[in-house]
Design a protein around this ligand. Sequence first.
Ligand SMILES: NC(=O)c1ccc[n+]([C@@H]2O[C@H](COP(=O)([O-])OP(=O)(O)OC[C@H]3O[C@@H](n4cnc5c(N)ncnc54)[C@H](OP(=O)(O)O)[C@@H]3O)[C@@H](O)[C@H]2O)c1
Length: 352
Amino acid sequence: MLDRNAKIFLAGHKGLVGSAIYRRLVKEGFTHIITRESRELDLTNQAETFAFFEREKPDYVILAAAKVGGIMANQTYPADFIYINLMIACNVIHASYKTGVKKLLNLGSSCIYPRMAPQPMREECLLTSELEPTNEAYALAKIAAIKLCRYYNQQYGTNFISVMPTNQYGIGDNFNMETAHLLPMIMRRFHLAKLLSENDFDAIKADLKRYKLGWNLDEQIDWNSNYSIEKALNSVGAYRDKVVLWGDGSVYRELMCSDDLADACFYLMDNKDYKDIGEHVNITKGDDILLKDLFEMVKRIVGFNGDISYDKTKPNGTPRKMMDASRIRALGWEPKISLEQGITDFYRWYCQ
Ligand SMILES: NC(=O)c1ccc[n+]([C@@H]2O[C@H](COP(=O)([O-])OP(=O)(O)OC[C@H]3O[C@@H](n4cnc5c(N)ncnc54)[C@H](OP(=O)(O)O)[C@@H]3O)[C@@H](O)[C@H]2O)c1
């Protein structure tokens, strides 16, 4: 069990995943959580990182700092994705070893698995065939981080754990329609369509001030013209009477609330060592949902009364991408937040 008074360094505490872990650590009564924003401590900088570890000497480390992004960002900036993520992993893992960190948790992602991995994806399928080319650079950096932990454990007797979570949503998520992940994007689309159907332009303006639409649309809006605002919302698929969604809704996706991920990370840190876990473990509920059903659920939770229309000229993406939950369940962890409950809480938080 972790000592609640020990020093714990949470790298990436402002991110979607890191902020959920931060809330959990506070709830568990940790009194000495060390955090730094990237402008205070750039973890790609070896000298800065080593000096920080020498000075602070944390007992435990959670590595949730990374450069993350969608397909477009990954394809446009592959050099940044591999360089930044490799440097962060090398610096934090080596500094942790050098300064005697007792336990480290390294966060990876499901993109480490081969693009044609059998479903559901088991931990053993790592490096069995080629990766998805669109995010290969990111995946290679994440695989290197897993191997760093493994080999430091093997050679130096460290206790570094690697976890591979499924797709996350939750408090602090990104709602920019150009770069957001699936759930925040569709939830905001239904929300804006609902406000349009209610003619509530005050609420629409407040929403647009809080989060950008992306695609340079914000810069083109004439804020004195409701027509201009409505046109911008139509461009991102939100209409008075319908919401337009990409593909045909026939593929399956898995989604997990970041508070559930924080629960799993905390459970593993508190109760398990790398010897129990092996090279890495999936953090997944082990179930997914047909997108058509997900869209209906979000529509109902948001309270939009219009239709759902599918733009079938747009791609569906991979038919199914789900991780196997056998290992995490065998380790004694169970998910706590159902999708319905998670989305309901997520929408309530968004509206506040
Ligand atoms: N989101 C998901 O759906 C998901 C799913 C599976 C796995 N994961 C994994 O979880 C981890 C965190 O992802 P996330 O979604 O929480 O990302 P995020 O919201 O983009 O947050 C990234 C965090 O990393 C920090 N960071 C980035 N570059 C840094 C640097 N050079 N030095 C110090 N800190 C730096 C950022 O700090 P600043 O804000 O101060 O710059 C921020 O706090 C990643 O390893 C990711 O692969 C995420």
